[in-house]
Design a protein. Structure first.
Length: 465
């Protein structure tokens, strides 16, 4: 009985040894993935050109609305022997002339003039009422202050369509010498009225703020990869305004961050109450933005799996083939799980740092090595797989191109810069000059290769609403 027991035990041990040596099953612990989401990447400061153009016709319309009816009314006859009341007779016409605003204002004037003398206690004075038509021409200098275009208006000329005169004893007697003192007072009054009406019509801050709010709203670049592009305004600048060809224009510019965000739609960071307008003499317009070449782990796995097709790894009679590839993130590195069959069966886990090859436009994995537990398993079952030559060959297949991803990202950016209009009267245009690789970051869903974009962006704000 004792002999049989020893024989049975020896037989079972032999079968176990034979069994182990024939299957060479790798039993490695799976490195569990980390959650690396969401991802936020801040860029360098960029400068967006914001040329603001305002048509004089728009100012004209607003000035006509603001300035209507009676413009001037002096009902006191005793101070200067003249009562004068002035109405706007027809719409104001505003044009540009010699880098200034020229304003033509047709007037209807009621004048009551007292003439004659008082002598020896006798009042020999009489009064005459006149209804006159005239045209006032004014010129305004435009300056920018506290978000408003201010005007300094001066009366250039006052032309009567008929000479101010009265008939005395059958003769026409000019009364310009009586009306002119009143006109001096009237002159300052109308200049002030014009300036006030222009100031009311020229508060362009709401238009610019509305435009900034719209372009600061996160813009989805890629729906499938949940890629968002966000502009975060920091400062706003403006040069002096210019008047030319029926338009008032000023060169504004915005200093901002441009961000690429992966995941759910981010919130806008626009805070209009914190935007300050600063005067400058020259406006930079160069932008530096970042676009994302997004590779989901599913896409990257499919691309890498193609590299392993019909390939064997090993030496001599000891070889394996890769049947399946899987990728995920772990502690700032990529885990590459390879299901292998052949001399050994099971899953081996590699870890490496995603790196970009500028020449081939490929992502590869630097410092590629077996995970710690995989090393222990290989030492027990197939340490020949740990040879540097074999690992190097495997590493050569663990790569994929992101050139198409970069082109897709650039295409998305170009669409945003091709006369994109987030609201009426606001247009985004620009061009991309160069793409330069910047860095790689990992999420729980994808490998993100950030590419620096150099170019120009212009946001045109056209007109007053």
């Amino acid at each position: 009985m004792y002999t049989f027991s020893r024989l049975f035990a020896a037989l079972m041990l032999a079968l176990t040894i034979v069994s182990c040596s024939s299957t060479n099953k790798i039993n490695s612990l799976k490195p569990e993935p980390d959650d690396a989401s969401p991802l936020l990447y801040d860029n360098e400061y960029s400068f967006i050109s914001l040329p603001v153009s305002i048509k004089l016709k728009d100012i004209e319309n607003k000035a006509n609305t603001a300035l209507s009816g009676v413009i001037y009314d002096d009902a006191n006859l005793e101070d200067d022997n003249v009562i004068i009341k002035v109405w706007k007779q027809a719409p104001i016409v505003i044009t540009s002339e010699n880098s200034k605003i020229k304003i033509v204002l047709p007037l209807k004037v009621y004048v009551k003039v007292r003439y004659g003398t008082q002598q020896l206690g006798l009042d020999l004075r009489d009064t005459k009422e006149l209804n006159l038509n005239g045209v006032v021409t004014l010129v305004s200098d435009i300056s920018l202050s506290n978000w408003k275009l201010n005007s300094a208006t001066t009366l250039q000329s006052l032309d009567w369509t008929e000479s101010p005169s009265i008939t005395i004893l059958g003769k026409n007697v000019p009364i310009t010498y009586l009306i002119n003192p009143a006109v001096k007072i009237f002159k300052s009054k109308i200049e002030k009225k014009i300036d006030e009406s222009i100031e009311k019509s020229m508060d362009f801050k709401p238009n610019v703020m509305d435009a900034l709010q719209k372009i600061s709203t996160p813009f989805q670049m890629n729906e499938a990869y949940q890629t968002w592009f966000r502009i975060v305004p920091a400062e706003l600048y403006s040069t002096d305004s210019k008047v030319s060809k029926g338009t008032i224009s000023m060169q504004m510019g915005m200093k901002c961050y441009m961000e690429t965000i992966i995941g759910a739609k981010p919130e806008s960071k626009f805070e209009k109450d914190k935007i300050v307008l600063k005067p400058v003499t020259k406006m930079p317009d160069q932008i530096t933005a970042s676009i994302a070449a997004v590779s989901t782990y599913t896409d990257a796995t499919a691309l890498i799996m193609k590299n392993f097709a019909n390939k064997e790894f090993g030496s001599g009679t000891k070889k394996v083939t890769v049947q399946k590839v899987e990728l995920w993130h772990k502690a700032g590195k990529m885990v590459i799980a390879l299901d292998v069959t052949g001399t050994v069966n099971g899953t081996i886990y590699l870890t490496g740092i995603p790196t970009y090859n500028e020449t081939t436009k490929e992502i590869y994995f630097d410092q590629l090595d077996y995970a710690l537990d995989t090393k222990s398993s290989l030492l027990r079952t197939a340490n020949w797989l740990m040879q540097g030559v074999i690992l190097k060959k495997i590493e050569e297949s663990c790569r994929y191109s992101i050139q198409s991803n970069m082109e897709e990202g650039k295409k998305s950016m170009v669409n945003y810069l091709n006369n994109y209009s987030p609201m009426p009267g606001v247009f985004v245009n620009g061009k991309i000059n160069a793409l330069d690789f910047q860095k790689i970051q990992l999420t729980n869903k994808a490998i993100i290769a950030f590419v620096k974009v150099n170019g120009t962006v212009s946001v045109t704000v056209d007109g007053l609403k």
